[in-house]
Design a protein around this ligand. Structure first.
Ligand code: SAM
Length: 368
């Protein structure tokens, strides 16, 4: 059961109200896959991209089809209420509540992560890794709630070239190994989504991935405490480590332990590994860290004045000052918006939110 002191939704529920997204300017993707992604505005959305967005929605709806009943809004309301009250035991005290959280809040994130990878938002380097036939290993810190498994797998199946187009030096047969490290018990959720993703009997269109080349493991790990052997080995083999909408939560739990964790990442990962951090734009104002501290009360592990440091600044300072990581993407506030094509068609029965994101991507430098 999730025990996050700062619930997944409490930050995101208040986000998006801060300022309005600029609907005139679409987030035009960069990188080699420009023609795969959104161009200009929604009218110009590439039909293949729109179709993959729909398969993402189908994946969630199929996996949790039993949940889409007239009672669902009540379950979501109960989860939301408990999250506002920070009563995480009550928020997730049944499988239905965990699933309700996923269908309500992880779906837009999965759409966003798919578009960020396929559209080059996380750098051409990240997108390129998905377009080779090498076996790809991704470790997702705080990644158990379903958005990562669906979003990353959708990008992988969308970008992976057909085996026949491989070059001689690119002869591997591909494959995707995902590891989710989360201190909450999300394994039943990732297992259910894995089952849907690999079920070849499900009618197309679906995210297509070959079960024999796809693994997804969810380990229960508080990333701010000593790491298990499985965690260490997943970090060591990762081509990409993601920390999506989780870094702010970690800092709110313990700035010191979080800084230590980020500082340890160089030793844990291999040279050339990419680290992707996405969070709510706006840094710590969204996380109430300063408010909590100024009131002198906190359920957090540690109460410490962060002096108004913004998340991006903290990350840059911690990771790049000792020349262990090189910044390759630095965006302080970039809107991701739900495609109009999805909204217009009533593509999903629940609300999907736009997101204003801080994005940082770093490449691990070599060992001295
Ligand atoms: C806001 S949610 C984001 C979920 C997901 N990454 C996404 O983008 O939708 C934060 C996630 O981080 C996890 N988390 C929070 N603190 C953690 C910690 N100390 N160690 C491991 N996981 C943690 C929570 O359980 C939750 O799944």
């Amino acid at each position: 059961m999730p025990q996050s002191r700062r619930p997944p939704s409490s930050a995101s529920l208040s986000k998006g109200k801060r300022s309005k997204p600029d609907n005139k300017k679409r987030n035009s993707p960069t990188g080699q896959n420009n023609n795969n992604a959104r161009k200009g505005d929604d009218d110009n959305i590439n039909p293949l991209v729109l179709s993959q967005f729909k398969t993402i929605l189908n994946t969630f709806q199929h996996t949790f089809s039993h949940l889409f009943t007239p009672e669902l809004p009540q379950i979501i309301q109960a989860v939301k209420q408990s999250l506002y009250l920070r009563d995480y035991v009550a928020a997730f005290d049944s499988p239905e509540k965990l699933q309700a959280y996923v269908v309500r809040w992880s779906v837009a994130r999965a759409l966003a992560y798919f578009e960020m990878i396929s559209g080059g938002w996380w750098s051409e380097d990240v997108t390129r890794i998905f377009t080779t036939n090498r076996r790809l290993s991704v470790t997702c810190v705080g990644g158990g709630a379903g958005a990562e498994i669906v979003g990353i797998t959708a990008a992988y199946s969308f970008l992976k070239p057909p085996v026949t187009t491989t070059t001689t030096e690119d002869k591997e047969d591909g494959g995707l190994d995902l590891t989710f490290l989360d201190f909450a018990t999300w394994a039943p959720i990732t297992d259910s989504l894995y089952t849907t993703l690999t079920d070849s009997t499900i009618e197309k269109p679906k995210i297509s991935i070959d079960k024999s080349k796809f693994s997804a493991k969810c380990y229960q790990q508080d990333i701010l405490t000593p790491l298990s052997e499985s965690t260490i080995s997943s970090m060591a083999s990762a081509d990409i480590v993601t920390i999506l909408f989780t870094a702010g939560e970690l800092y709110s739990q313990s700035p010191t332990a979080t800084t230590k964790f980020f500082m340890s990442l160089h030793a844990l990962t291999k040279p050339g590994a990419l680290l992707v951090v996405v969070d709510s734009a706006g840094g710590f104002e969204d996380l109430d860290v300063l408010n909590k501290n100024s009131q002198g009360s906190s359920n957090d592990r540690e109460s410490k004045n962060l002096g108004g440091y913004k998340l991006g600044f903290l990350l840059d300072k911690t990771l790049t000052n000792r020349e262990q990581w090189t910044t390759i993407v630095s965006q302080d506030a970039k809107w991701w918006r739900v495609p109009q094509g999805i909204k217009d068609n009533g593509g999903y029965p629940l609300e999907l939110e736009n997101m204003r994101c801080l994005i940082r991507v770093y490449r691990r430098d070599g060992d001295p």
